[in-house]
Design a protein around this ligand. Structure first.
Ligand SMILES: Cc1cc2nc3c(=O)[nH]c(=O)nc-3n(C[C@H](O)[C@H](O)[C@H](O)COP(=O)(O)OP(=O)(O)OC[C@H]3O[C@@H](n4cnc5c(N)ncnc54)[C@H](O)[C@@H]3O)c2cc1C
Length: 299
């Protein structure tokens, strides 16, 4: 189906885009990669009267390292992150970017659009929750910049703290210190679809003992879920099969999935707990300095 007719506007700066949103009113929407918005418009689930295109704004697509953190411009495409040696410094980031859908979607879709869309099945929020990521937001006014921790940015399915007239300008992720390792794994029916379930694990190790752990579960709730009980089962422990089994059980309990065409709630709980186990194993090896390729699991 064709989308309903709309007015097209091209912004030349992020500030101008924010100002346009305010001037054009509630019926205006930003256009980034269009990989979520355009399908919704074609299905007529969204019919904005105005689209403000961000794609021609210079200097909004980058991966930079500064003060021990990686900065991702809002318009940075998944493919650019997948192929960035700088982003590869945090292997779990590469796992995420490289596993999103297919090359066509990765070449258009942006990290800023994904975070702003807050799709419960999206990959970025799950991974970035384990990295204590921050979202830089920008409005039209002179003092309208603010930085929001990701765990406060997404408040519900498809819902964020962004006000109308505010946009995502950058995402910042601290580079984890030596002795840490992370992994992100998803179970997918085929490459170009969203995962059925996913798990992100970041471990800080001292030999065989886990000093700290961050675990987030994707596609098994209205937002990505921080599995704090599962994290607690690992913290301060030598990672044995028994400890991993306890983390798996805690992850299963933390999941709150809806049954749908991808599977029953119980099936998704079983999946997510198995993914946590595999992600812990890869994260431990990476924390030891091993180069480990992580690939999603396809049905
Ligand atoms: C076939 C297919 C398969 C997909 N599979 C996956 C998958 O496996 N995993 C996954 O994570 N994603 C998947 N996606 C979604 C893809 O990652 C999108 O790129 C992403 O969800 C949205 O990013 P976008 O840049 O395309 O945003 P758009 O579609 O342009 O915008 C999405 C929403 O965010 C708003 N927005 C955009 N940029 C900003 C900004 N800077 N500030 C504030 N608001 C903004 C828009 O107004 C709109 O409401 C898939 C998409 C398709 C079409």
């Amino acid at each position: 189906m064709y989308p309903q007719a709309f007015h097209y506007h091209r912004a030349s700066s992020l500030k101008e885009a924010a100002t346009m949103l305010v001037q054009l009113g509630e019926e205006a929407k930003l256009l980034a990669g269009g990989q979520s918005l355009i399908p919704l418009m074609k299905l007529r689930f969204a019919s904005p009267q105005h689209l403000v295109d961000l794609n021609f704004i210079p200097g909004t697509s980058y991966v930079k390292e500064e003060n021990g953190a990686l900065q991702f411009g809002a318009l940075t495409r998944h493919a650019e992150i997948e192929n960035s040696a700088t982003a590869g410094e945090i292997p779990i980031i590469h796992d995420c970017a490289a596993g999103i859908a297919d090359a066509q979607v990765r070449n258009r879709g942006t990290i800023g659009g994904s975070i702003a869309e807050a799709d419960p099945s999206g990959d970025w929020a799950t991974v970035l929750l384990t990295q204590a990521a921050e979202v830089r937001c920008l409005g039209p006014g002179a003092d309208s910049e603010r930085t929001v921790p990701l765990n406060q940015f997404i408040t519900d399915a498809y819902t964020t703290v962004l006000a109308h007239g505010e946009l995502v300008s950058e995402i910042v992720v601290k580079i984890p210190p030596k002795g840490t390792g992370g992994a992100y794994l998803a179970f997918k029916r085929t490459a170009p679809v969203y995962p059925t379930a996913s798990a992100a694990v970041q471990l800080s190790m001292d030999g065989d003992v886990c000093k700290d752990a961050a675990i987030a579960l994707g596609c098994v709730g209205l937002t990505a879920i921080k599995a704090t009980e599962a994290e607690a089962t690992l913290r301060g422990q030598q990672i044995t099969d028994r400890v991993i089994a306890a983390a798996m059980e805690a992850a299963r309990a933390a999941a709150d999935p809806q049954p749908d065409m991808r599977g029953s709630a119980e099936y998704k709980r079983a999946l997510v707990s198995a993914l946590v186990k595999r992600a812990i194993e890869i994260a431990m090896r990476r924390a030891r300095g091993e180069q480990v390729e992580a690939s999603h699991i396809y049905a």
